[in-house]
Design a protein around this ligand. Structure first.
Ligand code: CP
Length: 317
């Protein structure tokens, strides 16, 4: 793996090997000494042109746990505000001998642009580009589902997964659907009002529901998505209360799911919109587990890409 730009096209074997490695790295860094020497001397640059709490921070934590040096370029205070282009920003930071860039940008395709122009040996990780892809979120969501709903099973066949909310503007939904399909899930449901469902999404192997209660019937996993107003550009903007009334997860609606179903959300959550406020940290909610798993998954991806294979994980090294 040279760069990680999308979940689309990643093989089942590669996904499973990254998830296995993430589990090993989580175990190896679970004690009081959380650092491994896998990326000593390597430099990782976080370039976040769009806001982030979880992704930027867990990439930084992951890189530091692998002993890499981390630079967080403060975009608002950088020379991009003086008109410096993406390309010149990349080339300038490359000149400081960076080994890897973690890039988030509001434009779909930005990470591909960086990958096309990166110097040989410099890796690009997509931390979310527009509505296109968020591959490490996809991987950590697969890690979460595997850990809680399919431990020890070879694939996700037999699981029903519902993705609820603003699928149209969601890079997470696309990455999750690719991951779920590759791992053998054959019952993937998209539940949203018609204007928030991408035209032709059925071709990705999902069933579309416009009524929440019907769509939730008997599912094992429900993945909630926020209304991504920053990408709506004035097109369809349901009021938050209308959205909650029709598509918000409530205690009453939870009864539609399987009794042992789990609730996921990539965050940030909007309490009282996509879910009833106190469901966020309900015993069925894995929302905070997802954040923690993100560290291990991002460690696995960085270790894989920077080619450090000492003892497979360095665990116990
Ligand atoms: N899930 C996710 O991408 O969250 P952040 O925007 O906080 O990084």
């Amino acid at each position: 793996l040279r760069h990680l730009l999308t979940m689309e096209g990643l093989s089942r074997e590669l996904i499973l090997s990254l998830l296995d490695r993430a589990a090993e790295l989580a175990e190896a860094t679970s004690g009081p000494e959380k650092k491994l020497p896998l990326l000593t001397g390597r430099t990782v640059v976080n370039l976040f042109f769009e806001a982030s709490t979880r992704t930027r921070t867990t990439f930084e934590v992951a890189a530091k746990r692998l002993s890499a040096d981390v630079i967080n370029l403060q975009i608002a205070a950088s020379s991009t505000s003086k008109g410096e282009t993406l390309l010149d920003t990349l080339k300038t930071m490359e000149s400081m001998q960076a080994d890897m860039f973690v890039v988030r940008h509001e434009s779909s395709g930005a990470a591909h642009f960086f990958a096309e122009h990166a110097a040989p040996g410099v890796a690009i990780l997509n931390a979310g580009d527009g509505r296109h892809a968020h591959p490490t979120q996809g991987l950590l969501d697969m890690f979460t589902i595997r850990a809680h709903k399919a431990p020890g099973r070879p694939d996700f066949s037999g699981l029903s997964v519902a993705i609820v909310g603003d699928v149209l503007h969601s890079r997470v939904a696309r990455s999750d659907i690719h991951g779920l399909r590759t791992l053998g899930c054959t019952d993937i449901r998209v539940i949203a009002p018609p204007p928030l469902v991408p035209v032709g999404i059925e071709a990705m192997g999902v069933r579309v529901f416009h009524e929440l209660e019907r769509g939730l019937e008997g599912v094992d996993v429900v993945i909630l998505l926020r209304l991504q107003k920053e990408r709506m550009l004035g097109a369809f903007l349901p009021s938050l209360s209308e959205f909650h009334a029709d598509f918000g997860l409530t205690r009453e609606r939870l009864a539609r799911l399987k009794p042992d179903a789990v609730i996921m959300h990539p965050g940030p959550i909007n309490r009282g919109v996509e879910l009833e406020g106190d469901l966020a940290y309900d015993e069925r909610s894995l929302i905070l587990n997802q954040v923690t798993y993100g560290i291990a998954v991002r460690m696995a991806v960085m270790a894989e890409i920077l080619g450090e294979t000492a003892g497979a994980t360095g665990a116990g090294a």
